[in-house]
Design a protein around this ligand. Structure first.
Ligand code: NAP
Length: 285
Protein backbone atom coordinates (compact mmCIF):
# COMPACT_ATOMS: atom_id res chain seq x y z
CA UNK A 1 0.00 0.00 0.00
CA UNK A 2 1.25 3.49 -0.81
CA UNK A 3 -0.13 6.19 1.44
CA UNK A 4 -2.47 8.95 0.40
CA UNK A 5 -0.41 12.15 0.58
CA UNK A 6 -2.14 14.84 2.61
CA UNK A 7 -1.15 17.86 0.54
CA UNK A 8 -1.25 20.71 3.07
CA UNK A 9 -0.25 23.23 0.46
CA UNK A 10 -3.25 22.53 -1.75
CA UNK A 11 -5.68 22.12 1.15
CA UNK A 12 -4.47 25.42 2.62
CA UNK A 13 -4.92 27.13 -0.75
CA UNK A 14 -8.53 25.94 -1.03
CA UNK A 15 -9.22 26.86 2.58
CA UNK A 16 -7.81 30.38 2.09
CA UNK A 17 -10.09 30.91 -0.89
CA UNK A 18 -13.03 30.16 1.42
CA UNK A 19 -11.67 32.67 3.95
CA UNK A 20 -11.22 35.28 1.21
CA UNK A 21 -14.88 34.90 0.27
CA UNK A 22 -15.85 35.37 3.92
CA UNK A 23 -13.66 38.48 4.23
CA UNK A 24 -15.36 39.94 1.15
CA UNK A 25 -18.78 39.20 2.65
CA UNK A 26 -17.74 40.96 5.88
CA UNK A 27 -16.51 43.97 3.92
CA UNK A 28 -19.98 44.44 2.46
CA UNK A 29 -21.10 44.97 6.08
CA UNK A 30 -18.35 47.58 6.56
CA UNK A 31 -15.82 45.46 8.48
CA UNK A 32 -12.30 44.46 7.44
CA UNK A 33 -10.39 42.08 9.74
CA UNK A 34 -6.99 43.37 10.81
CA UNK A 35 -4.09 41.28 12.08
CA UNK A 36 -1.37 43.05 14.10
CA UNK A 37 1.89 41.25 14.75
CA UNK A 38 4.44 42.39 17.31
CA UNK A 39 8.02 41.53 16.42
CA UNK A 40 10.82 42.35 18.84
CA UNK A 41 14.37 42.24 17.48
CA UNK A 42 15.94 41.15 14.22
CA UNK A 43 15.95 37.35 14.27
CA UNK A 44 15.94 36.32 10.60
CA UNK A 45 13.57 33.35 10.96
CA UNK A 46 11.11 35.41 13.02
CA UNK A 47 11.15 38.21 10.45
CA UNK A 48 10.43 35.78 7.69
CA UNK A 49 7.52 34.18 9.69
CA UNK A 50 5.87 37.53 10.39
CA UNK A 51 6.31 38.67 6.79
CA UNK A 52 4.61 35.52 5.51
CA UNK A 53 1.74 36.00 7.94
CA UNK A 54 1.31 39.61 6.78
CA UNK A 55 1.45 38.62 3.12
CA UNK A 56 -1.03 35.78 3.61
CA UNK A 57 -3.46 38.08 5.46
CA UNK A 58 -3.28 40.75 2.76
CA UNK A 59 -3.76 38.17 0.02
CA UNK A 60 -7.20 37.32 1.37
CA UNK A 61 -8.21 40.98 1.77
CA UNK A 62 -7.36 41.51 5.44
CA UNK A 63 -5.36 44.45 6.74
CA UNK A 64 -2.10 43.48 8.41
CA UNK A 65 0.62 45.41 10.21
CA UNK A 66 3.93 44.47 11.75
CA UNK A 67 4.82 46.43 14.88
CA UNK A 68 8.58 46.08 14.79
CA UNK A 69 10.33 46.93 18.06
CA UNK A 70 14.03 47.17 18.72
CA UNK A 71 15.89 44.16 20.23
CA UNK A 72 16.60 46.25 23.36
CA UNK A 73 12.94 47.20 24.00
CA UNK A 74 12.03 46.84 27.69
CA UNK A 75 9.24 44.56 28.86
CA UNK A 76 7.31 47.64 29.98
CA UNK A 77 7.45 49.13 26.49
CA UNK A 78 6.35 45.89 24.84
CA UNK A 79 3.42 45.80 27.29
CA UNK A 80 2.57 49.42 26.42
CA UNK A 81 2.47 48.55 22.72
CA UNK A 82 0.29 45.54 23.47
CA UNK A 83 -2.12 47.65 25.51
CA UNK A 84 -2.40 50.06 22.62
CA UNK A 85 -3.31 47.22 20.24
CA UNK A 86 -5.69 45.67 22.80
CA UNK A 87 -7.58 48.97 22.94
CA UNK A 88 -7.41 49.83 19.23
CA UNK A 89 -10.85 49.14 17.80
CA UNK A 90 -9.47 48.67 14.29
CA UNK A 91 -7.43 45.60 15.40
CA UNK A 92 -9.19 42.22 15.31
CA UNK A 93 -6.31 39.89 16.15
CA UNK A 94 -2.89 40.18 17.80
CA UNK A 95 0.12 37.88 17.55
CA UNK A 96 3.39 38.26 19.42
CA UNK A 97 6.22 36.53 17.57
CA UNK A 98 8.42 34.37 19.79
CA UNK A 99 11.18 34.00 20.85
CA UNK A 100 11.34 37.32 22.70
CA UNK A 101 14.63 38.83 23.94
CA UNK A 102 15.71 37.78 27.45
CA UNK A 103 14.55 40.97 29.17
CA UNK A 104 10.93 40.30 28.08
CA UNK A 105 8.95 37.53 29.78
CA UNK A 106 7.05 35.51 27.19
CA UNK A 107 4.47 34.40 29.75
CA UNK A 108 3.80 37.96 30.96
CA UNK A 109 3.29 39.14 27.39
CA UNK A 110 1.00 36.26 26.43
CA UNK A 111 -1.11 36.86 29.51
CA UNK A 112 -1.42 40.56 28.65
CA UNK A 113 -3.04 39.97 25.24
CA UNK A 114 -6.76 40.70 25.23
CA UNK A 115 -8.22 37.13 25.14
CA UNK A 116 -10.77 38.29 22.55
CA UNK A 117 -7.88 39.18 20.19
CA UNK A 118 -5.63 36.22 21.06
CA UNK A 119 -5.62 34.55 17.65
CA UNK A 120 -2.77 32.20 18.64
CA UNK A 121 -4.96 30.79 21.43
CA UNK A 122 -2.13 30.88 23.99
CA UNK A 123 -3.80 33.07 26.66
CA UNK A 124 -4.60 31.03 29.80
CA UNK A 125 -8.28 31.95 29.50
CA UNK A 126 -8.45 30.51 26.00
CA UNK A 127 -6.45 27.42 26.94
CA UNK A 128 -8.89 26.88 29.83
CA UNK A 129 -11.89 27.22 27.52
CA UNK A 130 -10.44 24.63 25.17
CA UNK A 131 -10.17 22.14 28.02
CA UNK A 132 -13.79 22.64 29.09
CA UNK A 133 -15.05 22.43 25.51
CA UNK A 134 -16.15 26.06 25.20
CA UNK A 135 -15.80 28.00 21.96
CA UNK A 136 -12.40 29.67 21.88
CA UNK A 137 -9.36 30.40 19.74
CA UNK A 138 -7.71 27.04 19.21
CA UNK A 139 -3.90 27.13 18.72
CA UNK A 140 -3.20 27.28 14.99
CA UNK A 141 -1.03 24.18 14.40
CA UNK A 142 -3.39 21.76 16.22
CA UNK A 143 -6.37 23.36 14.47
CA UNK A 144 -4.61 23.00 11.12
CA UNK A 145 -3.96 19.31 11.80
CA UNK A 146 -7.63 18.72 12.54
CA UNK A 147 -8.58 20.53 9.35
CA UNK A 148 -6.19 18.31 7.34
CA UNK A 149 -7.80 15.18 8.84
CA UNK A 150 -11.27 16.59 8.22
CA UNK A 151 -10.49 17.52 4.63
CA UNK A 152 -9.17 14.00 3.93
CA UNK A 153 -12.33 12.48 5.48
CA UNK A 154 -10.31 10.59 8.03
CA UNK A 155 -12.54 8.93 10.57
CA UNK A 156 -11.40 9.74 14.11
CA UNK A 157 -14.21 8.42 16.27
CA UNK A 158 -13.21 5.31 18.23
CA UNK A 159 -9.69 5.31 16.76
CA UNK A 160 -6.51 4.83 18.78
CA UNK A 161 -4.50 8.04 18.39
CA UNK A 162 -0.94 8.45 19.63
CA UNK A 163 0.57 11.94 19.94
CA UNK A 164 4.33 12.23 20.45
CA UNK A 165 5.17 15.46 22.27
CA UNK A 166 3.36 17.27 25.07
CA UNK A 167 4.06 20.95 24.41
CA UNK A 168 1.40 23.56 25.12
CA UNK A 169 1.42 24.74 21.53
CA UNK A 170 1.10 21.40 19.71
CA UNK A 171 1.13 18.08 21.60
CA UNK A 172 -1.36 18.79 24.37
CA UNK A 173 -3.94 20.83 22.42
CA UNK A 174 -3.97 18.40 19.48
CA UNK A 175 -4.52 15.56 21.98
CA UNK A 176 -7.51 17.44 23.39
CA UNK A 177 -8.95 18.04 19.90
CA UNK A 178 -8.59 14.35 19.00
CA UNK A 179 -10.32 13.46 22.27
CA UNK A 180 -13.15 15.87 21.41
CA UNK A 181 -13.58 13.84 18.22
CA UNK A 182 -13.84 10.67 20.31
CA UNK A 183 -10.44 9.12 19.64
CA UNK A 184 -8.74 7.26 22.48
CA UNK A 185 -5.59 9.30 22.93
CA UNK A 186 -2.17 8.37 24.30
CA UNK A 187 0.49 11.08 24.72
CA UNK A 188 4.16 10.04 24.52
CA UNK A 189 7.13 12.17 25.62
CA UNK A 190 10.82 12.00 26.38
CA UNK A 191 10.26 9.81 29.48
CA UNK A 192 8.02 7.26 27.74
CA UNK A 193 9.52 3.80 28.26
CA UNK A 194 8.47 1.86 25.19
CA UNK A 195 7.41 4.20 22.39
CA UNK A 196 7.17 1.45 19.80
CA UNK A 197 4.67 -0.57 21.78
CA UNK A 198 2.27 2.41 21.70
CA UNK A 199 3.00 3.45 18.13
CA UNK A 200 2.51 -0.04 16.68
CA UNK A 201 -1.11 -0.05 17.86
CA UNK A 202 -1.96 3.44 16.67
CA UNK A 203 -4.53 4.15 13.96
CA UNK A 204 -3.45 7.80 13.96
CA UNK A 205 0.05 9.07 14.84
CA UNK A 206 0.81 12.77 15.34
CA UNK A 207 4.50 13.40 15.84
CA UNK A 208 5.46 16.81 17.31
CA UNK A 209 8.99 16.37 18.61
CA UNK A 210 11.55 18.02 16.33
CA UNK A 211 13.80 14.98 15.91
CA UNK A 212 14.17 13.74 12.33
CA UNK A 213 13.71 9.98 11.99
CA UNK A 214 12.06 9.43 15.39
CA UNK A 215 9.19 7.62 13.63
CA UNK A 216 10.35 4.85 11.29
CA UNK A 217 8.62 2.21 9.21
CA UNK A 218 8.97 -0.35 12.00
CA UNK A 219 6.93 1.85 14.36
CA UNK A 220 3.89 2.20 12.11
CA UNK A 221 0.94 -0.16 11.71
CA UNK A 222 0.06 -0.71 8.04
CA UNK A 223 -2.73 1.67 7.03
CA UNK A 224 -2.17 4.12 9.91
CA UNK A 225 -2.55 7.86 9.37
CA UNK A 226 0.72 9.68 10.08
CA UNK A 227 0.81 13.44 10.71
CA UNK A 228 4.31 14.90 10.87
CA UNK A 229 4.56 18.23 12.70
CA UNK A 230 8.36 18.15 13.03
CA UNK A 231 10.17 21.00 11.34
CA UNK A 232 13.91 20.75 11.84
CA UNK A 233 16.40 22.41 9.48
CA UNK A 234 19.25 20.12 8.39
CA UNK A 235 22.84 21.30 7.79
CA UNK A 236 21.79 22.79 4.43
CA UNK A 237 18.79 24.57 5.91
CA UNK A 238 16.35 22.07 4.37
CA UNK A 239 13.38 21.29 6.64
CA UNK A 240 13.08 17.74 7.95
CA UNK A 241 10.08 16.14 9.60
CA UNK A 242 10.09 13.63 12.47
CA UNK A 243 8.99 10.79 10.22
CA UNK A 244 11.10 8.72 7.87
CA UNK A 245 8.80 9.85 5.05
CA UNK A 246 10.08 7.78 2.11
CA UNK A 247 9.80 4.50 4.04
CA UNK A 248 6.69 5.20 6.08
CA UNK A 249 4.70 6.29 3.04
CA UNK A 250 5.07 2.74 1.67
CA UNK A 251 2.90 1.32 4.47
CA UNK A 252 0.85 4.17 5.96
CA UNK A 253 -2.74 4.82 4.90
CA UNK A 254 -2.15 8.58 4.74
CA UNK A 255 0.82 10.81 5.49
CA UNK A 256 1.81 14.50 5.52
CA UNK A 257 5.04 15.58 3.78
CA UNK A 258 7.53 18.06 5.28
CA UNK A 259 7.56 20.71 3.98
CA UNK A 260 4.07 21.11 2.51
CA UNK A 261 2.00 19.28 5.12
CA UNK A 262 1.15 20.81 8.47
CA UNK A 263 3.15 24.03 7.94
CA UNK A 264 0.88 25.75 5.37
CA UNK A 265 -2.14 24.88 7.51
CA UNK A 266 -0.73 26.73 10.52
CA UNK A 267 -0.65 30.14 8.83
CA UNK A 268 -4.06 29.44 7.33
CA UNK A 269 -5.46 28.93 10.83
CA UNK A 270 -3.97 32.27 11.96
CA UNK A 271 -6.13 33.84 9.24
CA UNK A 272 -9.10 31.70 10.24
CA UNK A 273 -8.80 32.84 13.87
CA UNK A 274 -8.43 36.51 12.86
CA UNK A 275 -11.62 36.28 10.85
CA UNK A 276 -13.32 34.54 13.79
CA UNK A 277 -12.14 37.30 16.17
CA UNK A 278 -13.61 39.98 13.91
CA UNK A 279 -16.92 38.12 13.57
CA UNK A 280 -17.16 37.47 17.30
CA UNK A 281 -16.67 41.09 18.31
CA UNK A 282 -19.18 42.25 15.70
CA UNK A 283 -21.69 39.63 16.84
CA UNK A 284 -21.74 37.95 13.42
CA UNK A 285 -22.36 34.17 13.21
P1 NAP B 1 8.82 21.29 22.14
O1 NAP B 1 8.13 22.28 22.98
O2 NAP B 1 10.32 21.22 22.13
O3 NAP B 1 8.26 19.84 22.54
C1 NAP B 1 8.84 18.69 22.05
C2 NAP B 1 8.18 17.50 22.71
O4 NAP B 1 8.85 16.33 22.23
C3 NAP B 1 8.32 17.48 24.24
O5 NAP B 1 7.08 17.16 24.81
C4 NAP B 1 9.36 16.40 24.50
O6 NAP B 1 9.14 15.64 25.67
C5 NAP B 1 9.14 15.48 23.31
N1 NAP B 1 10.34 14.70 23.05
C6 NAP B 1 11.62 15.13 22.94
N2 NAP B 1 12.46 14.11 22.69
C7 NAP B 1 11.68 13.00 22.66
C8 NAP B 1 11.96 11.64 22.46
N3 NAP B 1 13.21 11.20 22.24
N4 NAP B 1 10.94 10.78 22.49
C9 NAP B 1 9.68 11.20 22.71
N5 NAP B 1 9.34 12.49 22.90
C10 NAP B 1 10.35 13.38 22.87
O7 NAP B 1 8.41 21.42 20.62
P2 NAP B 1 7.07 21.97 19.91
O8 NAP B 1 7.06 23.44 19.98
O9 NAP B 1 5.91 21.19 20.35
O10 NAP B 1 7.42 21.59 18.40
C11 NAP B 1 7.68 20.26 18.01
C12 NAP B 1 8.13 20.22 16.56
O11 NAP B 1 7.08 20.72 15.75
C13 NAP B 1 9.35 21.10 16.24
O12 NAP B 1 10.09 20.49 15.22
C14 NAP B 1 8.72 22.39 15.72
O13 NAP B 1 9.59 23.10 14.85
C15 NAP B 1 7.54 21.82 14.97
N6 NAP B 1 6.44 22.76 14.80
C16 NAP B 1 5.96 22.88 13.55
C17 NAP B 1 4.90 23.73 13.33
C18 NAP B 1 4.35 23.85 11.96
O14 NAP B 1 3.54 24.71 11.70
N7 NAP B 1 4.74 22.98 11.03
C19 NAP B 1 4.35 24.48 14.38
C20 NAP B 1 4.86 24.30 15.66
C21 NAP B 1 5.90 23.42 15.87
P3 NAP B 1 9.28 16.27 27.16
O15 NAP B 1 8.03 17.06 27.36
O16 NAP B 1 9.37 15.08 28.04
O17 NAP B 1 10.51 17.11 27.13
Amino acid sequence: MVAKILDGKQIAKDYRQGLKDQVEALQTKGYTPKLSVILVGNDGASQSYVNSKKKAAEKIGMISEIVHLDESTSEEDVLKELTRLNEDDSVSGILVQVPLPDQVSEQKILEAINPAKDVDGFHPENIGKLYIDEQTFVPCTPLGIMELLNHADIDIEGKDAVVIGRSHIVGQPVSKLLLQKNASVTILHSRTKDMQQHLKNADIIVSAVGRPGIVSKDDVKPGAVVIDVGNTPDENGKLKGDVDYEEVKQIAGAITPVPGGVGPMTITMVLNNTLLAEKMRRGIE
